[in-house]
Design a protein around this ligand. Structure first.
Ligand SMILES: NC(=O)c1ccc[n+]([C@@H]2O[C@H](COP(=O)([O-])OP(=O)(O)OC[C@H]3O[C@@H](n4cnc5c(N)ncnc54)[C@H](O)[C@@H]3O)[C@@H](O)[C@H]2O)c1
Length: 605
């Protein structure tokens, strides 16, 4: 039986506890309970009735029975025990010690030769596995804010790199007075930015683009997703008619308006129409759930109702049509790139899907290479479409930040009180006054990001900074300035926690893209250091067979024990990223390793 349809979400039974009274035997267990339920809060999750949090079918628990048992287990879990979660189901409680993680999670792991969607789907149907995505199955998703900042940062880097001669808006208020990154003064003002997908992560795109002063034109096939983004003020307008949407976007570009426009259509149809009308966007990307061809991508040859029916009745045919459509999608992106659009992959593995299709259907490339897009992309026949013509966003824009141990640090107030987050905002702003980008983000976030579920904040902090922030939060809890503990975590898309050759580790300097020892070491070191819960996942972001990644969460509950754990974990976790990039030969990372006492050679002298 499919695990996707079960009893349904009960908003009373699964309400996230708030305040400072414990339901569990310690704050760490309590934090895990609250964050699990927060992940499934309808304000936060995309489809709570299916336990789906975001990213195609990224789930927080395998089924409702497993969810109920996790809740019960967290309530009985002692302060010297660890709960084991196997692909969203609790399977045991074992004796450990007070500094060990209270929860150890492994999601969607398959032995490499079986690591594909076909095998996963069979296991999922039998109820033996669930897809954990990244923060869904590791209980630290905080809604679209989690991705707004990363997306904002990416578009800001694009503006700095490609549009630094654009004149900044005279009418911009103080919020726009400084660039987010230190590298330039770019703005997307007067640019047309085309993309697709308004889901859990993709829904952040319109806001991130307008925060950078650009025009966003976004295709989405499901009306309820568009409506949700309009209601939460992430999206400004929407049209059913493609031409009307394009015309409004062109008018906004002409006037230098910062506006986001959704269009109820398939990504392929929007790009085909742009080409027919000889319109070249300034930037072009995509955030449909192409990582999951069966559940996440709707072919342009059918509507949603037909798609839902065919998925159930004839999944093989559905997959064939989805792959055909993804190939066409990439073909159109490459065409627009050749006409001048700055085109990049935004972490959904669309390029690899097109490449897989090409290899099965169009290529004379030998099938031995077909499983490994990183190797085979360079062996494609000259006359074929090069599906990897455009780069991924990490090598293009983000890697220099990873080299300094910078990544998406996030925290949530377990009290449920927004004021606790405003206090932490002030603290962070005071701690890093020289970081203009951070200051600007905190001001923007406060005015433009609505909290979803437990109040939370995200910002990119690097080596040394995360440790400082965590210890300062612990002090706020210790001295009673905030009303309950703070939970600190991060995305798996981070500096030292992931091996994903089409995304975070694409085009590494030393060719170590597919080496997955790093995320394993990351999970091990965070377990050894005493993180509150640690997770190791497979397939997040880009789908089965394409990534291995680790997550960690740590609770600042104001105790001396927490202080020691925070010192270790928040130094070691980004430190893994610095070490990983230094080892791959990046000079910035080698310098960061030396500056932060992470250089092994210095230690061995
Ligand atoms: N760049 C990043 O940092 C990052 C981070 C996390 C996840 N991702 C990846 O981004 C993708 C999107 O994530 P999400 O959480 O928004 O997923 P989601 O499943 O919540 O949303 C995907 C959206 O795409 C729409 N869609 C599907 N096919 C379409 C098509 N052909 N044309 C137009 N719309 C279509 C769906 O209706 C849905 O609204 C995933 O592949 C995810 O793994 C990227």
């Amino acid at each position: 039986m499919s695990t996707l349809t079960q009893a349904g979400y009960n908003s009373i039974k699964y309400k996230t506890p708030t305040g400072n009274q414990l339901n569990c035997k310690g704050w760490i267990q309590e934090a895990a309970l609250r964050m699990l339920l927060n992940n499934l809060n309808p304000e936060v999750a995309e489809r709570p009735d299916d336990l789906i949090v975001y990213g195609g079918r990224g789930k927080a628990a395998r089924n409702f029975e497993a969810l109920d048992n996790i809740i019960k287990a967290l309530k009985v879990l002692e302060n010297d025990e660890s709960l084991l979660i196997q692909s969203g189901k609790p399977v045991g409680i074992l004796k450990t010690h007070k500094d060990a993680p209270r929860v150890l999670i492994s999601n969607s792991q398959l032995v490499p030769n079986w690591a594909n969607w076909q095998h996963f789907d069979e296991l999922e149907k039998k109820g033996l596995m669930m897809y954990g995505q990244m923060t869904a199955g590791s209980w630290i998703y905080i809604g679209s804010q989690g991705i707004v900042q990363g997306t904002y940062e990416t578009y800001s880097a694009i503006a700095n790199k490609h549009f630094s001669s654009n004149v900044k808006s005279q009418s911009s208020n103080d919020l726009f007075a400084t660039p987010f990154t230190s590298q330039g003064q770019g703005t997307l003002k007067g640019t047309l930015n085309v993309t697709a997908g308004l889901g859990g992560m993709g829904g952040a795109q319109p806001l991130a683009i307008t925060m950078n002063e650009g025009v966003a034109l976004i295709a989405e096939v499901e009306q309820w997703r568009i409506q949700k983004r309009i209601e939460t003020k992430y999206l400004d307008l929407w049209f059913e008619n493609i031409d009307e949407a394009i015309d409004r976007a062109l008018e906004a570009k002409q006037n230098g308006e910062a506006i986001s426009i959704g269009v109820l259509t398939n990504a392929v149809c929007l790009l085909e129409r742009l080409i027919e009308r000889k319109i070249v966007p300034d930037t072009l990307t995509d955030q449909t759930s192409a990582h999951d061809p069966l559940v996440g991508y709707v072919p342009h040859t059918m509507n949603n109702t037909q798609a839902s029916l065919m998925r159930e009745e004839n999944p093989q045919q559905y997959l064939e049509l989805a792959y055909q459509s993804m190939y066409r999608h990439v073909e159109l992106m490459v065409e627009l790139q050749s006409r001048g659009a700055i085109t990049f992959d935004y972490g959904n593995n669309l390029r690899a899907r097109a490449h897989e299709y090409q290899q099965r259907n169009l290529s004379n490339v030998k099938s031995e290479t077909s499983n490994n897009s990183h190797v085979s992309r360079f062996t494609s026949h000259d006359s074929q479409l090069d599906c990897f013509s455009f780069p991924g966003f990490v090598p293009a824009y983000i890697r220099p930040l990873f080299c300094e141990g910078k990544g998406p640090f996030r925290w949530a107030a377990l009290s449920g009180d927004p004021n606790d987050i405003y206090i932490t905002d002030k603290l962070i702003a005071n701690m890093f006054p020289e970081n203009e980008g951070l200051q600007r983000w905190l001001r923007l976030a406060k005015t433009r990001i609505a909290f979803q579920g437990l109040p939370a904040r995200i910002c990119w902090l690097g080596q040394g900074e995360r440790e400082q922030a965590g210890l300062a939060f612990n002090e706020l809890v210790r001295n009673g300035t905030i009303s309950a503990p703070i939970v600190i975590g991060r995305d798996h898309l981070d500096t030292g926690s992931v091996a994903s050759p089409n995304r975070e580790t694409e085009s590494m300097l030393d060719g170590s893209d597919a080496v997955a020892d790093w995320p394993i070491l990351n999970a091990l070191v965070n377990t050894a250091g005493g993180a509150s819960w640690v997770s190791l996942h497979h397939g997040g972001g880009v789908g089965m067979g394409y990534s291995i990644h680790a997550g960690m969460v740590i609770v600042a509950d104001g105790t001396d024990d927490a202080e020691q754990r925070l010192k270790r974990v928040l130094r070691n976790d980004p430190g893994m990223g610095v070490i990983r990039h230094a080892d791959a030969g990046y000079t910035e990372a080698q310098e960061a390793a030396k500056a932060n006492d992470l250089n092994l050679t210095d230690r061995l002298k």
